[in-house]
Design a protein around this ligand. Structure first.
Ligand code: ARG
Length: 591
């Protein structure tokens, strides 16, 4: 068992998945370390092996590039962790890769700087666009994001879902997944009957075509005001809704035009953000697919009656009942999500289904997933995930529809571009095409801010923070990219063999470490459905590079050294652009 178990151990400890990743300098290094550790352990029988998390990145570079904790092996090996660490450090003999040092219960590994620089730059160069990615994972992810509501103007409440979903889609794709992006439109509900009633009484196509979604909202507000005096209006609204349900052509056509209008409005924002979808099948799409859900729930004995409504009792799971059919026969948001989940599984055969929706809907998704599980679909537990996120407030003020304190996304993005243009005009008056750059920077600032911190944290959006060229911001990261581009433009053609020795100083090594960590960040982003992993890793590269840039010369008289440094600059530019791409931000060549 010994040898077999050891190999299995090594796979576990260093992550089988690493082998699936196309290029990753750390993979190269771990392979060598792994063999060294295997040799060191070849005398020990091992059981109860530690998992892939076994290899850690120390909190600070003076402790090494990798640390291997020996605590969990102590029981199996019947040795104290420091003794294991000692034995291991002595046995690891691979100076071309790393040197090992035992500190307490850890073995700290220090990369061979020359080798590390060479491997990192090579793997970035060879991988190109695919750096940190994977050719084909053979899996499909369905992502439900943005999912706006018809006849409502796009406001910052839907910013996070839109940019998180868009970024996750790019991250999954980068890792070789097939993806299906779905805008699960909120296009169902009695309010749309009221809206048609209002439109019939007071509206016209000229008026709504000219006024857009705002005109629809105004009609809706008027309906509510007048209905207080004239309750018969409510009957009219209900009547129109019934007509939609029954498929009455006039009702459907009117509603379809409301939908088109809303989407036309939203697509302005989507275009600016570069966000796309593969499907707009929303709530209404599932109208004729509800029977299956209800029948199946009934067959599986999951339905019970409660005050005339049909519900799935979830008391056992400490949740309120999941409402399936109201007493008047109408189905609900949850019923539609059940139908949608089954339909998506049948049609896309997903390995993962993500719902990028605010945490206010935590309970809703817990209920929906639980009901699917009770229906006998184990994938509901294993493959579905509610990717929740916090709230966005604007310059210290929560957004509130009631108080009229609404920030519309198109206005926000326009402001962002204007403000960026002012800054750019001042900083770089001679820049070509300042409008285009301002657009990239302004929009980038908004997206970057949204994806900077863990998604579950609330975001308070401040202009001077988001647009600060020296902060943890999009403009700062974009500026670093443009700086690299400018260095490369200034450099003369240089055919010298690079002298990697020029990259062994602390600052260059810090840049290389940040570059080498990038693939891990992409995988972490996918595992946790957390784009901020990529945002942070990209920002770290920018920070390390700027430190390097201020402390080391890049262009000097030694062509071989200059060449090596230019290779580093090229790699930094490349990986920053890739990181920004993965979070949906553009990378200007000059700014
Ligand atoms: N339209 C909903 C809202 O704006 C979000 C829908 C999320 N997706 C879903 N399948 N329930 O709150």
């Amino acid at each position: 068992m010994r040898r077999g178990a050891l190999i299995c151990y090594a796979d576990l400890a260093f992550g089988k998945e690493e082998t699936a990743v196309l290029t990753d300098m750390r993979t190269e290094t771990t392979k060598v370390l792994r063999e060294a550790i295997l040799r060191a352990f070849s005398d020990f029988p091992l059981e109860g092996l530690p998992g892939p998390e076994a290899l850690e990145t120390p909190p600070d570079a003076t402790l090494g590039d990798y640390a291997f904790p020996c605590f969990r092996l102590s029981k199996t090996l019947r040795m104290a962790p420091p003794a294991i660490a000692q034995a291991l450090a002595q046995a690891v003999d691979a100076p071309e890769v790393a040197t090992a040092q035992a500190v307490g219960g850890y073995v700290n590994f220090f990369f061979n700087r020359l080798n590390f620089a060479r491997l990192t730059l090579d793997s970035i160069m060879t991988a190109g666009e695919r750096y940190g990615g994977c050719a084909d994972a053979g899996k499909t992810a369905v992502l439900d994001y943005s999912s706006i509501n018809i006849a409502k103007r796009f406001h910052i409440g839907h910013l996070s879902t839109t940019v998180i979903g868009h970024s996750l889609k790019r991250i999954y794709r980068h890792l070789g997944w097939k993806t299906v992006g779905i805008n699960h439109l909120g296009d169902w509900g009695t309010q749309f009957g009221r809206m048609i009633a209002a439109f019939k009484r007071w509206g016209s196509w000229e008026m709504v075509e000219a006024g857009g979604v705002d005109a629809l909202t105004a009609l809706y507000v008027r309906f509510h005001q007048e209905a207080e005096e004239n309750p018969a209006l409510e009957d009219e609204g209900r009547g129109w809704f019934r007509k939609i349900e029954e498929g009455d052509p006039e009702a459907l056509e009117t509603f379809q035009r409301f939908k088109d209008l809303t989407l036309k409005d939203a697509s302005r924002v989507y275009d600016i953000l570069g966000v796309t979808f593969d499907s707009y099948n929303g709530e209404a799409f599932f109208n004729d697919k509800m029977g299956r859900v209800i029948d199946e729930l009934r067959e599986k004995n999951l339905l019970s009656e409660s005050q005339g409504a049909l519900v799935v009792d979830l008391e056992e799971y400490r949740m309120p009942p999941c409402l399936i059919v109201k007493s008047d026969g109408a189905t609900l948001y949850a019923t539609r999500d059940l139908a949608a989940a089954l339909w998506r599984k049948d049609n896309y055969h997903f390995d993962k289904a993500l719902y990028v929706v605010a945490y206010q809907q935590n309970l809703h998704f817990q209920q929906v997933f639980k009901v699917l599980e009770l229906m006998g679909y184990p994938w509901a537990k294993d493959e579905m995930e509610h990717v929740a996120f916090g709230m966005v407030s604007y310059e210290g003020q929560a957004m509130s529809t009631r108080q009229g304190n609404i920030i519309y996304l198109d206005e926000l993005l326009t402001r962002a571009r204007e403000k960026a243009l002012d800054i750019i005009r001042e900083k770089s008056p001679e820049l070509e095409d300042p409008e285009d750059v301002a657009s990239q920077v302004g929009v980038g600032a908004v997206v970057f801010t949204t994806l900077l911190n863990n998604r579950i944290k609330d975001i308070d959006f401040w202009w001077d923070r988001a647009l600060n060229f020296d902060g943890d911001t999009g403009p700062y990261t974009q500026y670093t990219h443009a700086r690299c581009a400018s260095v490369l433009r200034r450099a003369r053609q240089n055919g010298a063999e690079p002298d990697i020795g020029a990259l062994t100083n602390d600052e260059a090594q810090a840049v290389l470490r940040a570059l080498a960590r990038f693939p891990e960040a992409v995988r972490a982003a996918q595992k946790g459905n957390e784009p901020s992993e990529v945002t942070r890793a990209t920002l770290d590269i920018a920070k390390a590079f700027n430190k390097y840039y201020y402390e080391q010369r890049i262009l000097d008289d030694d062509p071989a050294k200059t060449r090596a440094r230019l290779d580093l600059v090229r790699a930094v530019k490349h990986v920053i652009a890739l990181g920004l791409y993965l979070i949906g931000v553009r990378a200007p060549e000059a700014m």
